[in-house]
Design a protein around this ligand. Structure first.
Ligand SMILES: [Zn+2]
Ligand SMILES: [Zn+2]
Length: 329
């Protein structure tokens, strides 16, 4: 059982990984289970709940897997947070919240959101809010619109209030992850926009910046954005500072007085789907705990292999340390 396979994007995960999701949730520390229910403990890294690693019910292989993930500080560090990615995030115990979420999760509407409306993701929250955006809807408790009728029948005591309450909950997300400032690209596709269809295609092309930096086009699955080796940058609300491939990296050259000192750097590369057309490789460069030079790289282009991930890490480490004498990799 390998962490690498488990922390894959959803469509590439083996069957055992899906079963493991359930087992990990069952073995979460009790307070998390009690607050939101096992079904809302979806992902141990995208969310902040903790697994009871000494639990007798948790198989040893899964304990080892999670210890590896925690040891290497596996984190959600996207190159770009897309609107789709924001919506796909589990809402409860979202890994990027501010303030104490305990009271809002346990209040009347938090319970209604989970138990009556089955809200699991940030997108579910937005969809719930939007159920009030119909012509027939009024803000009265006994509104006769079909959405309110349906919600009341499911057990919601006041659908209008319940939907409005989603905003006070979404307010706890850090601005970078708050989905209300922009809607998904696909939701923009009004009939009139079809005349400018080419613009939409361009939106999904890598930007000049991305091309220049060798950054691949954005993905919409937060599971594709889990990385190790890189530190959080608080100024950007959880988006990693992205050190990309450059030749040479002039600003990383050491000042003259620091030259000719020994530099030790650790490199690693990995590849998911090695040997297949969809193989995707990444590289990690590590100098030490919390070192700002620690770098995670997602390779651009196609035809990746394990070796290209490994060699890119070595190449970039050399580029970063052109004046280091000696450089030990
Ligand atoms: Zn209504
Ligand atoms: Zn409700």
């Amino acid at each position: 059982m390998k962490a690498k396979d488990f922390f894959q994007p959803e469509q590439s995960r083996p069957l055992w990984a899906k079963l493991t999701d359930k087992i990990l949730a069952e073995n979460a520390v009790r307070k998390y289970k009690d607050r939101v229910g096992v079904n809302n403990l979806i992902h141990p890294i995208l969310q902040t709940w903790h697994i009871h690693l000494n639990s007798a019910q948790l198989p040893d292989s899964q304990k080892r897997m999670m210890r590896v993930a925690y040891k290497h500080k596996l984190q959600l560090i996207p190159v770009e947070i897309t609107p789709e990615m924001k919506r796909a995030m589990p809402f409860w115990y979202h890994c990027s919240v501010k303030g104490n979420i305990r009271p809002i999760y346990s209040d009347e509407w938090g319970t209604c959101h989970r138990e009556v409306h089955n809200i699991k993701t940030v997108g579910d929250m937005l969809n719930h809010t939007n159920r009030s955006n119909t012509h027939r809807h009024t803000n009265r408790i006994n509104c006769a619109c079909s959405n309110c009728h349906e919600d009341r029948r499911a057990g919601c005591s006041n659908p209008t209030k319940c939907r409005r309450n989603t905003h006070s909950k979404l307010d706890y997300l850090t601005p970078a992850w708050d989905p209300r400032t922009e809607m998904p690209r696909t939701a923009h596709a009004q009939p009139n926009d079809n005349q400018q269809g080419s613009n939409h295609t361009q939106e999904n092309e890598p930007s000049e910046f991305q091309k220049a930096k060798g950054i691949k086009n954005h993905s919409n699955d937060p599971r594709e954005e889990l990385r190790i080796f890189t530190a959080w940058d608080d100024h950007t609300g959880g988006v990693a500072t992205y050190h990309a491939l450059q030749m040479p990296i002039a600003h990383n050259e050491l000042p003259r007085d620091q030259q000719e000192t020994e530099t030790i750097v650790y490199t690693d590369g990995s590849c998911t789907g090695n040997g297949t057309l969809n193989a995707k490789a990444g590289s990690g460069i590590w100098y030490g705990p919390d070192d700002p030079r620690n770098t995670a790289i997602k390779l651009a282009g196609k035809g990746h292999t394990n070796n290209s991930g490994e060699l890119t890490a070595v190449l970039v480490a050399i580029q970063q340390n052109q004046n280091a004498q000696p450089l030990k990799i």
